[in-house]
Design a protein around this ligand. Sequence first.
Ligand SMILES: Nc1ncnc2c1ncn2[C@@H]1O[C@H](COP(=O)(O)OP(=O)(O)O)[C@@H](O)[C@H]1O
Ligand SMILES: [Mg+2]
Length: 227
Amino acid sequence: MNLEVSKITFRYQKKEPAVLEAFSAVFEKGETVAVLGPNGTGKTTLGKLIMGILQPQEGSIFLEGEDMKSWSLAERGRKIGYVMQNPARQIFSTTVREEIAYGLEAAGMEQETIREKSREYLELMELSGYEEAFPFHLSCGEKQRLVLASVLAMEPDYLLLDEPTSSLDQKRRRQLGDCLERVRNARGCGIILISHDMEFVRKHACRRIFLGGRNPGVGESGGDEYV
Ligand SMILES: Nc1ncnc2c1ncn2[C@@H]1O[C@H](COP(=O)(O)OP(=O)(O)O)[C@@H](O)[C@H]1O
Ligand SMILES: [Mg+2]
């Protein structure tokens, strides 16, 4: 059971150098893999390629052995929950209730199930009581938790988080870390963690992949890969 990125090459403009060149990586279910590297090395681009927001010029991305090339964004989104670097951009509904229900409705779930799952995941993200709130009035951290609640409610096989701790204080970081551990242990979710936060990575990642070919000083670990 894995998500395999196989020899992908991607450039934004034809004549520009490739952001990723023949890049390969495997993400297993049940493990948290950190994707590290200095600014501009293509971490966010890799996330967008996995999600199908961008298409590689060469190479393929396989989910459980199946090439996702022809999959729609919605199909990918159901299997891989994506929390963008700026989660506020992912929110489009006018209430918290509608935001979390959207994906569940699109997946064809019954109203009763949608109500139950919404309640469960809003509670998990400490957003109970916010159901009628206008999402744009939420704080940065609350918006991120709303996106996370919406994504987790879909019970995806993988989670892809782009710099998830950048706007969180120490307490919220710890809570996010606990939440990720729970999701991984309880459901065997595979977590792809794009992050600069070395303390968070040290604590929560099983394995690390470095883009840009160098180690930014985190010490040696048997599972490190340099690309
Ligand atoms: N929409 C875009 N158009 C052109 N170049 C881009 C675009 N987005 C990112 N880039 C470039 O691609 C490279 C990788 O960016 P990015 O994936 O955001 O890196 P990271 O997330 O590791 O900081 C950078 O050189 C960046 O300037
Ligand atoms: Mg980035």
